[in-house]
Write a protein that binds this ligand. Structure first.
Ligand code: SF4
Length: 444
């Protein structure tokens, strides 16, 4: 993780992970902990009052984007997709029978990928029928569905609305066809406008547009146009990620081998941060509110992100599908990360876990602290009440240093708040709060 220090973030975008999704780092999770901790957690009744979520990984895409680092397949036929959905439904039957899960209502559901909208209407409705027969999710506060604009028809969008989706997340990433092509995206700009108009006409409670700052070929002028175009569409929320290059992307592989395939470098970190800053400022000028390092929302009263809010406060979540992550009764778990090993385990009627980690109380506290910092501020009272920890004392050195560097604005008993500079590079700052044994190791 030496590649994610603050000073690196003042330079070129090099190959390596940047985004902090959880704590401790994935590389600390082990297969030995699957039996000892992961499966024991599933056999243990839940802690009363802890919400439960469900994540479904739909690992299919029309094309693999050159910057993609997820487990996705672009070569599966309809029968193979059906087989996968059978396995997914069976996995939920196995999980839902466990004491940790049985009888609990779902607070949130998240269809991620991959491309959930790759599924046909029939496949989607079949899957949801099987899952919700076992666990109705009508009461869920939020059902999110990630879409690739080119896969959406009006009929499919109606079906997506019909299964109870509350937030439709459109993976726009960029509005320029040349940039979309250069980065290996499957969709083109006319499909964005069409999909957005269909979605609006169907009255989804929340439509989110995803953008990426720093795609190959990005320029100041084009980025401004992307932000302007987003404002014209007026979505309920906008998510902006800064392009990173983890090891397993096509771009990273070519860079490391020196093939010269991608002649244009990814913009450096200061440029990407400037683009996000400008994007946020334009959104704020139009009435949006910045709610995290990646997200701006039009109406904070109405538009919420239950999925991240719950996870960042230690909710339970079952992750179904190949390579999916979950968190049960305080234990991190991940499924087998190949199609073959994952499906074979479920077909043997086994919960398909490949690695797990039971964080200590201190590690759970650190996890929530760093994840909630992504919101731009944390309330010390939350950590006093939940973990009996005074964060101002526990992290005095780190917070004072961050304040001196201009990344923290306020340190009081009521709040610890980042500056906009701090928020825009928050993932690069979070490692400072890691325990010493986790600072020098690989993240993934
Ligand atoms: S659409 Fe998303 S999941 Fe699919 S290849 Fe592109 S980045 Fe990866």
């Amino acid at each position: 993780m030496t590649d994610r220090t603050s000073s690196t973030l003042d330079k070129q975008t090099e190959v390596g992970s940047y985004f902090v999704a959880t704590y401790p780092p994935f590389s600390a999770w082990t297969d030995a902990a699957v039996e000892r901790d992961g499966k024991v957690a599933l056999e243990t009744p839940p802690v009363p009052g802890v919400p439960l979520g469900l994540y479904l990984h739909i690992p299919f895409c029309r094309k693999r984007c050159h910057f993609c680092y997820f487990r996705v397949y672009t070569d599966k036929n309809a029968q193979e997709v059906n087989d996968y959905l059978d396995v997914l439904a069976r996995e939920w039957e196995l999980c839902a029978a466990k004491p940790a899960i049985a009888g609990r209502p779902l607070n949130f559901v998240y269809f991620g990928g991959g491309t959930p909208s790759f599924l046909s209407t029939k496949q989607l409705e079949g899957l949801v029928g099987r899952l919700s027969a076992l666990t109705p999710w009508k009461q869920a506060e939020e059902v999110t569905f990630e879409c690739e604009p080119g896969t959406l028809t009006e009929t499919k969008l109606s079906a997506i609305r019909g299964i109870g989706v509350t937030r439709l997340s459109l993976g726009v990433e960029n509005f320029d066809d040349e940039i979309l092509e250069l980065n290996g995206r499957a969709h083109r700009s006319p499909e964005i406008g069409r999909a957005y108009a269909f979605a609006r006409s169907l009255d989804f409670p929340q439509i989110n547009i995803d953008l990426i700052a720093g795609m190959l070929g990005e320029t100041d002028e084009n980025w401004r146009r992307c932000v302007d175009r987003t404002l014209e569409l007026s979505p309920d929320s906008v998510t902006i990620y800064q392009m990173e290059l983890p090891y397993n992307t096509t771009i990273s592989g070519n860079l490391l081998k020196g093939t010269g395939r991608f002649a244009q470098p990814v913009a450096d970190w200061p440029t990407k941060r400037r683009w996000v800053r400008e994007g946020f400022e334009a959104l704020e000028a139009a009435g949006y509110h910045v709610r995290s390092a990646y997200t701006a929302v039009k109406n904070p009263e109405r538009t919420r992100f239950i999925y991240t809010d719950r996870l960042w406060q230690g909710a339970d979540m079952v992750g179904l599908g190949v390579a999916s992550f979950g968190h049960i009764n305080g234990v991190h778990v991940q499924n087998f990360d190949t199609w073959e090993t994952y499906s074979a385990a479920v077909r043997r009627d086994e919960i398909p876990l490949s690695r797990a980690y039971r964080p200590t109380d201190e590690e759970r506290f650190i996890r929530e602290f760093i994840l909630q910092l992504k919101l731009g501020s944390i309330a010390p009272s939350y950590f006093r009440d939940k973990y009996r920890v005074n964060v101002l004392e526990r992290f005095r050195d780190q917070l004072d240093a961050l304040k001196a560097e201009g990344y923290v604005q306020t340190i009081t008993d009521q709040t610890v708040a980042l500056t906009r500079d701090g928020l825009l590079r928050v993932d690069g700052l979070l490692t400072r709060f890691f325990l010493p044994q986790h600072t020098g190791i690989r993240y993934t």
